[in-house]
Design a binder for this molecule. Structure first.
Ligand code: ZN
Ligand code: ZN
Length: 164
């Protein structure tokens, strides 16, 4: 969802309200996105001018679609929150600012930036997910394999090679 906020940027309006559905695409998502479903997030907020500064303030609520970092199965998680960021047309990096180009605000990118902070680094389907076996690829939630018993600590394995 790209919002045209040129009227507020140029000072013709002091404030602009918006609401709608932001769809977070795979390339924007700060997590392993499930490619079969899109993450649709309801947003509602406003862009406004305060002195020399431009701000966006909004609330959001929806579901993010991801694949589990451990077992790679599709899963989803509810997200909701509130974000407030200062906007700038200056193309300089500053963590405090969100950069707008040509009077347009990319709400999906803005939201993705916030979700990076809000979501855990690893998104998993359940706290109990056992993941895939790194050796044979079996889903340990569904079957057990023999690899665990046979595996040797890699540091010990290299030591073992030294003595051979
Ligand atoms: Zn999992
Ligand atoms: Zn295995």
């Amino acid at each position: 969802m790209i919002l045209n906020i040129a009227d507020v940027v140029d000072g013709r309006k002091r404030e602009m309200r918006f609401d709608g559905v932001v769809v977070i695409e795979q390339q924007t998502a700060p997590f392993n996105h499930n490619t079969d479903r899109s993450s649709a997030i309801d947003v509602s907020g406003r862009v406004y001018r305060s002195g020399d500064m431009l701000w966006v303030h909004m609330t959001y609520e929806g579901m993010v679609q991801f694949v589990c970092d451990r077992c790679l199965k599709p899963s989803e998680q509810a997200v909701s929150g509130e974000l407030k960021r200062q906007l700038s047309s200056r193309d300089e990096f500053d963590v405090e600012w969100f950069i707008i180009k040509d009077g347009k605000l990319d709400l999906a990118q803005l939201l993705a930036d916030d979700l990076v902070v809000e979501l855990p680094i690893q998104l998993i389907c359940s706290q109990n997910c056992k993941g895939l076996c790194p050796q044979c690829g079996a889903d340990r939630n569904e079957q057990s394999c023999q690899c665990e018993e046979e595996s040797i600590d890699p540091r010990l394995a290299s030591l073992k090679n030294l003595f051979n």
